[in-house]
Write a protein that binds this ligand. Structure first.
Ligand code: NAP
Length: 280
């Protein structure tokens, strides 16, 4: 049996699962690289290989013979960058030609959002190891906006009046599928993926209020208040830094701006917050 042309990671999760389902619906063979094969989606034309990103030998075996791989960024952990680097080195050793990487909007070494620095470092590693790559720099997931609302119907964080152009996972998956189906055309491209609008969190709260039928408010915390209000979760410092810097990045203007990548690559408009809520 020849190897499929595409491998997809993260298929047991929300974003990778969406991409895998789109490829299957398009009749495209694929190899799903998952940690737990029992949880791999059953899809026509999909075969399953088992590997965690931190197991270089398993990744190398899982990717052998496959020219193009979608790398969904790892779940947040202290050694996430090392996991990405291990995966990328193993992909190169397996003879993979290109990696389509789920990166983050504004990825930069001095990004305010701490995880955006890690995505930049991952992109640098891809550049350094000589693989062709495509970076999909996703803004905040629009799907997660409702989860920003606390039990008291307040969105709190030090976002000031900054704007965020959050993007729906369905739109990201549509872009990823379009890239994976014609990958060479996109080699070397760094795409900013956003929704169709940039919202302040007060505006997002008003849209959520209209959808939920009760008042959702935005409270602009100070940075000190933000750390204090999250202290009770018992999370490690790097994780709290990530949570808080999501908001300070919005305040700094680093989550703002609307790109045309979703409509240009998918042929349909990007999904707004009101549209996403209405679909639920
Ligand atoms: N832009 C944003 O707003 C935003 C917000 C949160 C997260 N993210 C990033 O976006 C990614 C995708 O989001 P999502 O909603 O699809 O997350 P998700 O539903 O948690 O899915 C993550 C997927 O990646 C796999 N995975 C994670 N770490 C791995 C590792 N070390 N080795 C192998 N597989 C691994 C998971 O496998 P298992 O099922 O085995 O765990 C799962 O299939 C996240 O992993 C995170 O890096 C972005």
């Amino acid at each position: 049996m020849p190897s499929p042309a595409i491998a997809v990671t993260g298929a047991t999760g929300r974003l990778g699962g969406r991409v895998a389902r789109r490829l299957a619906a398009a009749g495209v063979p694929q190899r799903l690289v998952v940690r737990d094969p029992e949880r791999a989606p059953q899809l026509p034309g999909a075969e399953v290989a088992t590997a965690g990103y931190d197991d270089g030998l398993a990744v190398e075996a899982a990717l052998r013979g496959v020219p193009t791989v979608l790398l969904v960024s790892a779940s947040e952990s202290p050694d996430r960058l090392r996991q990405h680097e291990t995966f990328i080195d193993a992909a190169a050793a397996a003879g993979v030609e290109r990696v389509v990487y789920i990166s983050f909007y504004g990825a930069a070494p001095d990004a305010t959002f701490t995880h955006a620095r890690l995505h930049w470092a991952t992109e640098q590693h891809l550049r350094a190891c000589g693989l062709a790559f495509v970076a999909l720099r996703d803004n905040l997931y629009l799907d997660f906006m409702p989860a920003l609302v606390g039990d008291d119907d307040v969105i709190r964080g030090p976002a000031d009046g900054g704007r965020v152009s959050a993007v729906a996972q369905d739109d990201i998956a549509d872009v990823a599928a379009a890239v994976l189906l014609d990958p060479a055309r996109h080699d070397g491209r760094v795409y900013d993926l956003t929704g169709p609008e940039e919202l302040t969190l007060a505006e997002a709260a008003a849209i959520l209020s209209a959808h939920l039928g009760r008042e959702i408010r935005f409270h602009d915390e100070t940075v000190e208040e933000a750390y204090a209000s999250r202290a009770g979760f018992g999370a490690p410092g790097w994780e709290v830094d990530g949570w808080v810097s999501t908001y300070t990045a919005i305040a700094a203007g680093e989550m703002a701006g609307v790109s045309d990548v979703v409509p240009r690559l998918t042929g349909h408009p990007a999904t707004s917050l009101a549209e996403l809520l209405a679909r639920r």
